[in-house]
Structures are given as structure tokens and as C-alpha cells.
Design a protein around this ligand. Sequence first.
Ligand code: ZN
Length: 356
Amino acid sequence: MKWSLQIGRLFGIPIRVHVTFLLLLFFIAYVGSKQAGQTGAIFGTISILLIFVCVVLHEMGHSLVAIHYGIEVKDIVLLPIGGVSRMEDIPEEPKKEIAISIIGPLISLGLGVIFFFIARAMGQSTSFKEFSVFQGNLIATLFWINLMLGLFNLIPAFPMDGGRVLRGILAMGMDGLRATKIAVSVGQAFAILLFFFGIFFNWWLALIAIFIYLGAEGEERMVVLKSSLGKSSVGVAMITEVHTVSPDQTVGQVLESICHGFQQDFPVLENGELVGILTKEDIFSALHHHEKSALVRDVMKRDFVTTTEDAPLSDIFKKMTSRKLSVIPVMRGRKLEGLINLEQIGKYHMICQEGQ
Ligand code: ZN
């Protein structure tokens, strides 16, 4: 994720914080100092850092269960609104999806219980009046934060963990697409209720409701596309009339081809062998740093993913979206057969499949 800094690794998973999270720290320290002077600022900073640790534990739960099922976890990113475990792919088996999703809220609720008993053991009150990020009873604050984190994430609406649990449960008795559609409708109905409740009682809830509504919609679109690509293979959607370039051409020459044609990413062939890929981004960054006279061989990507005509289109779609690849060359042995990109997959989904 752009604008995020790695602060360490846990069980081999990089933990990153987004810059906006650091801004939140400054903001909390500032508000704390306004409310209770220097102690308010220090208290605010410490409580946010401890909440941050609790969020990491929640996300760590998702990530470790995912790794247990053989799913690659790229990293955990901390944003001001919470954490995200970025995974290569979400499993289609309902039991695995349920396990990965439910563990996070369970950890948060478990932490809540622990803080509750610590507060009791120390003879401190845990009433909601004690809840403050800026002053007072830190243990009670952590109890309430974890309780809310656990319950909020159990809301059965995408993109909350509870939405995935609901889909998993439904998918045990029906196909995945129908389960997703029902889970999305439940989530959106919930979002609409929350929105109206929010307008009257708390604007934050109304904002969160919009976020849930849009998240559910995005999830549905993704699953519908994936399932409609289901049985198709790369061969039916790839571009077969491919313009290739040579490593000795200049970036300026390739730029001409972009201006006068439809293609934006180019396979680089040397003596008939694929040696690299030159994407539109490579060309623009070359123009930014070098001259138009830079050679293709000096700016092309030598490390790239390839596929074959019979590979399932849905797998390639997942790979392209999760790794942010703009184009993948389609090979038969060592011979280049075509190119596949997201635009082409979208076009196939919209146009070519009609009438089938
Ligand atoms: Zn979660």
C-alpha cells in the first residue's frame, strides 16, 4: 500500500502503518493536550498505541489462520479506521472463510474479557463513564475498545468480518454466488438502518453505514465477475493480434506505437524469445527519468508472470487484481501466443459472453 511504513515483522508477516495513522497520533496528542495539558497528550498517545497493539493482535489472528490454510499473507496495514490483513486470495471453501473471519472478533472479545478481569482485580471500575482516550482509566478504556472492536466486526455486513462469516454459513447450503448475493442484501439492509439511526443519533455511524453499503456492493461485483469467468480459460479472452517491440528500440519509438494504436503494454522479443515486458507505466517512468532515446532493454521488466491459454480466466483475474499486474503474456511453450489484461477480461465479461 502506498504511503505506509514497515515497522517490523511478526511471524514473518510485515506490519506496516499508514502515514495517516501517524497523523491520527499527532491529532490525538493535540486534542489530549487541549483537554488535559501535557498529561492528556501523553495519555492519549499511549492509549492509541495500546489500541494499535490490540488491532494488530486481531489482524494477526486472521493472518495466522489464513497461513495455516496455505494462503499467502502480504502484510498487515494499520489505518486510522483499523487494520487490514492483505491476503493473496480468500478461500472459496466456506469453513475456511468462516475460520479466517471469525478469529479476529473472537480475539478482540477475548482481550476485552482479559482487560475486564484485570480492571476488577485492580479494583477499578469498568463502567462506560470511565471510557476516555485522553485521561483516567486506561484498562477500562482498553476493555471497551476491544469489546466494541469485537462486536462491531461481528455485524453481518461486508466488509466487516461478520459479513464473511454470514456468507460462509450460507454457502454451506447453497452455491457461493447466491450466498454472496444474500449476504450482500443483508449487509445493505443493515447499512440503510444504521444510516438512518446515525442521522438522528451519531453522524459517525451514518458515515460508517455508507462505507459498509459501498463495501458490500464492491464485494458483490467482484464475486459476480469471478463466477461468470468461472469456466472460461485465458485463450478465449486474450488479445491475439499483439504488437511486439525489440530491446534495441528506443522508448520514443514505442511511444509512437502507443499514440497510433490501441495497445499500451508490449512484450519485448529478442530472436523470437520473450525477454521482457514493457508496460505503459514503465514507458512513462522512463520518460520521466531518462530521455526518449533510452533503450527498451534498459527500462523493461525482466521479471514477469506468464500464463498459458488453458489457465482458468478467474485465476488470472485474481492474480492480476491481487498483485496489481497490468498485463500477462500468454505462452505456448516458449512461444508468445497473446496478451491478457484486465480491460480484456472486462470486455470478455461484458460483450463476448453475451449470446453464449
Ligand atoms: Zn477483522
